[in-house]
Design a protein around this ligand. Structure first.
Ligand code: ZN
Length: 381
């Protein structure tokens, strides 16, 4: 099954998913506890580096794990966000770390559960109480703001606590995706083990933010893959990303900015803006920087959320630092400075709206963005 970034566009916290095809157990045989944390780290790293790459953006945790383990591979210095993730990983017990190595696909289970099985009428995918009101209202506002047909987009949450539910975990493990695709018997056995450990309190019962450290926009439209046919458009918020924004002190503005960015991807889906002559990392960078611009325009515009531009840009800079320095990676989102340039441009455009309160049609906005793009991506120096 081939997935494309067209298919799934995630928050700028993500790098491309490297799916392990080799069971990690070959590196750390089950039942043979690794002798040191270093061995375990090596095993996690191997599961990423030896993997097939499929073109979906992965939840941030996998790349974050990798980054935490191999800081030399990354050109970005440590950021508040990477420090937060290091703390999450550092907070795991050795037993939890070993278990995670042997079930590395756990990092993606809540994501695919919400993606394939979640609906906005199923309370198990309700937004968490501390964000429900703010995000629901922002969702209503952003749908009204942009001139696309957004009536069919479902807003929902993903909760890591689903890892305690063996039947839900087994259902995901059987999905026809490269990292899953397990037989019913194998999936059920593994799911029982995961659910047992999560229920016993491993990973805070699944609520460790590592498992849901993402928000993303999804559409199946235009995707020939039968596995996703019929799935509705979605905008999914992980509890983990909300926790992270909270820890970074930008929960209020940050979550709404993330919503603006993800909805920007839905504007791109509907307007057919994913196509360009660019390929690979440059293509992804273009669509991500454009989503930053769509999002910032909405949250700062007088008829959008009318948030203070300076506060927004500060919060965005913090979340842009979410460790995307893999310049050659097809999941590359742009450097923090490029993202800040794009957002600043959009905030200025919103402030300059004439007549006052005029909202640019989304296609016109995209045209203006394309004209600006070469300047936005010019070398930092
Ligand atoms: Zn994005």
């Amino acid at each position: 099954m081939k997935l494309s970034t067209r298919w799934l566009a995630a928050l700028g916290t993500s790098a491309v998913l490297a799916v392990g095809t080799t069971p990690v157990a070959t590196a750390t045989p089950s039942g043979t506890p690794a002798t040191s944390a270093d061995e375990i780290r090596a095993a996690i790293t191997q599961s990423y580096s030896s993997a097939d790459r499929v073109g979906i953006e992965r939840p941030v945790a996998g790349s974050a794990v990798d980054r935490a383990l191999n800081p030399d591979d990354y050109e970005c210095g440590p950021t508040d966000f990477s420090a937060y993730i290091d703390d999450l990983i550092g907070g795991l017990s050795l037993d939890e770390l070993i278990f995670l190595v042997n079930h590395i696909e756990m990092l993606d289970i809540p994501t695919y559960d919400a993606l394939f099985f979640g609906t906005n009428t199923d309370h198990r995918y309700d937004l968490r109480a501390d964000s429900k009101q703010s995000l629901s209202r922002t969702f209503t506002d952003v749908k009204r703001f942009w001139d696309i047909d957004s009536s069919d987009i479902q807003l929902m949450a993903m909760h890591g606590s689903m890892l305690q539910d063996a039947s839900r975990v087994a259902r995901v493990l059987q999905l026809p995706l490269p990292e899953f695709g397990k037989s019913k018997a194998v999936a059920e056995a593994e799911a029982a083990e995961i659910a047992k450990m999560a229920s016993k309190g491993f990973f805070d019962g699944g609520n460790n933010p590592l498992f849901t450290l993402n928000a993303f926009a999804f559409t199946a439209e235009g995707d020939p893959d039968p596995a996703v046919a019929g799935l509705p458009d979605k905008l999914i918020f992980g509890d983990g990303i909300l926790d992270a924004l909270q820890a970074l002190g930008i929960a209020d503005v940050g979550a709404r900015a993330v919503m603006g960015h993800e909805f920007g991807h839905h504007v791109q889906f509907e307007d057919g803006l994913f196509n360009s002559p660019l390929t690979g990392a440059e293509a992804t960078r273009r669509t991500e920087l454009m989503a930053d611009a769509f999002g910032t325009y909405f949250v700062t515009h007088a008829r959008g959320l009318a948030l203070n531009a300076k506060r927004v840009l500060q919060a965005e800079l913090t979340s842009f630092e979410v460790g995307d320095c893999q310049f050659a990676d097809p999941g590359h989102h742009g450097t923090p400075l490029q993202r800040l340039r794009s957002a600043t441009w959009a905030a200025n455009l919103a402030a300059a709206a004439r007549p006052q309160g005029f909202i640019l049609p989304s296609l016109r906005f995209a045209d203006l963005f394309e004209q600006k793009l070469p300047e936005i991506v010019a070398p930092d120096a």
